[in-house]
Design a protein around this ligand. Structure first.
Ligand code: ASP
Ligand code: MG
Length: 422
């Protein structure tokens, strides 16, 4: 019997009625002749609420042992309620925590990586005809058995990892929109749904801020060739197929598949850095030791006699403070003059596999922003992506302008079924 893995996000299980609805959908898939494994997120904004609660008793609200136990409670509530609802509707179901599902990870609290999956209990439960419900976003440390979480949005990773381990036919990711859109429909109401997108473009969209699929899940899917389908819990729409193009198979890819935005980045500028070999390496060694993932980098080479340069780079908001502190601590050693930061930036990216073979894409992007009087502060590119930094308060307007410029606007407004967008 083919196995289908279905993952339901927080807005799909945000209240009792929605949980009953998800139960019915899972039962339908089973009745259609499949084994069904469901991965659930915490109800609605539970994870954020638990984080708020933690902040009211401690300042240590980043990746630690106690916080991970607290946060996994959210997914355990939904998993047990869903299993109860399935049984109430006449089905057979069993729910499993990350530990019970055999998902072991490293010990990096708050962003653990999956180490190994031993799915024997799940397989047994499936064989007995159960719909298996697994709590998303959690595992246990293979070093000491402690509960770990996989990072925000990590339920996608749980689903894809289980789909890979169990060789599922497909991994369906259910949320509150009909699939992968050309832009976030909350920002661009005329965004349209893509029938399909290649995994490479999906990876770039996710890493550029698109929230529909969590980046580590997409990486996992690409590595293990798990076919993904992004669908809505609240409609029968077939959604978007995220496919891995087979070697040697040339598909006609759209030049631009989508526009992604990210308003969670900050910019740091190191001013007056000696313009000598090794200085950039010193700066980014300090950044790396502080544990930050940087994104865009721009260096302005000195024009004056003093042989000093400035380096700006972007990084997640949450990492800005520790990186500024780490750099300041080594200021005299490295020998730069000063450091500044800016939290009011926005990043916009256009992504498309067809960019590889198409010219004029950047001219069109920059031209459309110029016409609207939007200043570009930084630029970076990959083979299939161009990203620009703008002022944060211009990001939404910029997104709509670029979406229109690349003729991605649909005739009708996109449907959003649920969710707070938090
Ligand atoms: N509940 C967790 C979060 O909100 C994990 C998830 O939803 O995937 O980030
Ligand atoms: Mg959530």
């Amino acid at each position: 019997m083919p196995l289908i893995v279905q993952k339901y996000g927080g807005s799909s299980v945000s209240d009792a009625d929605k949980i009953k609805h998800v139960a019915a959908r899972a039962l339908e898939s089973q009745a259609a002749g499949n084994e069904v494994l469901v991965v659930v997120s915490a109800m609605g904004d539970t994870t954020d609420e638990l984080l708020d609660l933690a902040s009211s008793v401690t300042t240590e609200t980043q990746g630690n042992r106690e916080l991970d136990i607290l946060l996994t409670a959210g997914e355990r509530i939904s998993m047990s309620l869903l299993a109860m609802a399935i049984k109430e509707q006449g089905g057979k179901a069993m729910s499993f925590t990350g530990y019970q599902a055999g998902i072991s990870t490293d010990s990096e609290h708050g962003s653990a990586r999956i180490w190994k999956i031993d799915p024997s209990r799940i397989q047994e439960a499936l064989k007995e005809g159960n719909i298996v419900v697994v709590a998303g976003f959690q595992g246990f440390s293979f070093e000491n058995g402690d509960t770990t979480t996989l990072g925000r949005g990590g339920s996608d990773t749980t689903a894809v990892a289980l789909a890979a381990a169990l060789k599922a036919e497909v991994c369906e990711i259910y949320s509150d929109v009909d699939g992968v859109y050309t832009a976030d429909p909350r920002i661009v109401p005329r965004a349209h749904k893509l029938a399909q997108i290649d995994l490479d473009s999906m990876l770039e969209l996710s890493s550029s801020g698109a929230k529909i699929l969590f980046i580590r899940a997409v990486e996992f899917a690409r590595r293990h060739r798990v076919p993904l389908r992004v669908r809505s819990t609240f409609s029968a729409d077939p959604g978007t197929l995220v496919y891995s193009s087979k070697d040697g198979e040339e598909m006609e890819e759209p030049v631009v598949s989508g526009v992604a935005t990210d308003n969670t980045q900050s910019k740091i500028t190191v001013i007056g850095l000696p313009d000598r070999p090794g200085k950039a390496a010193e700066v980014f060694q300090i950044v790396a030791e502080a544990g930050a993932n940087i994104d865009m980098i721009v260096q302005n080479v000195s024009t004056t006699e003093n042989h000093l340069s400035d380096i700006s780079f972007t990084l997640p908001h949450n990492d800005r403070h520790k990186v500024v502190e780490a750099l300041k601590a080594k200021q005299s050693e490295v020998g730069f003059e000063s450091i500044s930061y800016d939290d009011e930036i926005g990043k916009l990216s256009i992504v498309g596999a067809g960019m590889k073979t198409s010219s004029g894409v950047s001219a069109k992007l920059f031209g459309s922003l110029a016409k609207a009087g939007i200043n570009i502060e930084m630029i970076s590119t990959s083979e299939i992506r161009i990203s620009v930094v703008t002022r944060a308060d211009q990001l939404k307007e910029a997104t709509r302008i670029v979406h229109t410029a690349f003729e991605l606007d649909a005739a009708e407004t996109a449907v959003i079924y649920a969710g707070s967008g938090r």
